[in-house]
Design a protein around this ligand. Structure first.
Ligand SMILES: [Zn+2]
Length: 226
């Protein structure tokens, strides 16, 4: 059931234990879908719960190419909106970049690309670090994936972290090595992100319970631990 975390900021509850990621919707006058969850997890139903149809979505922002974050895009064949994703993961998604076969995550990506192809009709647009899309700023935060990108809505004070960090027991924690390309790079990205983002109140993670207040403090605490 979709939950409103703050005015115009919705959690679309698509996650399931162990696998499956959250998606989010931000309405600041324009409607932005952030990530899309696993395929066939009920993205359309969650959008409807929040009061939106796929036709209302003005854009999608993808934090990274993992099947639990992009798979649900296949459930929206009527999505008529650009899909923004960090440059390196856009190349992964389109097939322009073949990830290393002899790396656990690279091999997983090769497999998931074959099993869950991304719909050909999507209007995928690569994003550079620092790019502005509507009210959002993109932060290239590599490590979990080479093109992992977090987004901050400056005016609303909302950070959308994807898998830069997960929530466990009320605190933030980096994602696990087995699900990531490079854990040292994740730690560097966390420290850089915590230093450079403006003050945020709400933090939305791909996995775990969103933090509704004190987002900047939670980020600083994480950065000092990693
Ligand atoms: Zn994930």
């Amino acid at each position: 059931m979709a939950q409103e975390l703050a005015e115009g900021v919705w959690l679309l509850e698509l996650s399931v234990p162990v696998v499956g990621a959250n998606a989010f919707l931000v309405d600041d006058g324009e409607v932005t879908l952030v990530d899309a969850g696993l395929p066939r997890r009920g993205l359309r139903r969650e959008l409807r719960d929040a009061g939106y149809g796929p036709g209302a979505v003005d854009r999608a922002l993808v934090t990274h190419y993992d099947v639990d974050h992009v798979g649900g895009l296949g459930d929206l064949p009527d999505l008529d909106a650009p899909v923004f994703v960090g440059e390196r993961d856009a190349a992964l998604l389109s097939g322009a970049y073949d990830p290393p076969l002899f790396h656990h995550k690279g091999a997983f990506h090769r497999l998931s690309r074959a099993l869950v192809p991304i719909p050909a009709h999507l209007d995928v647009r690569p994003l550079e670090d620092g790019a502005r899309v509507g009210g959002f700023t993109a932060y290239h935060t590599p490590g979990h994936n080479p093109g992992h990108t977090a987004y901050v809505h400056d005016d609303l004070g909302v950070g959308l972290l994807g898998d830069l960090a997960w929530e466990r027991g009320g605190a933030l924690t980096p994602p696990k090595w087995w699900d990531s390309y490079d854990t040292r790079e994740i730690r560097r990205s966390i420290r850089r992100f915590a230093r450079s983002v403006p003050s945020v109140e709400v933090l939305c993670m791909g996995h775990g319970t969103p933090i509704r207040a004190g987002g900047s403090e939670a980020l600083s605490a994480l950065a000092s631990r990693v």
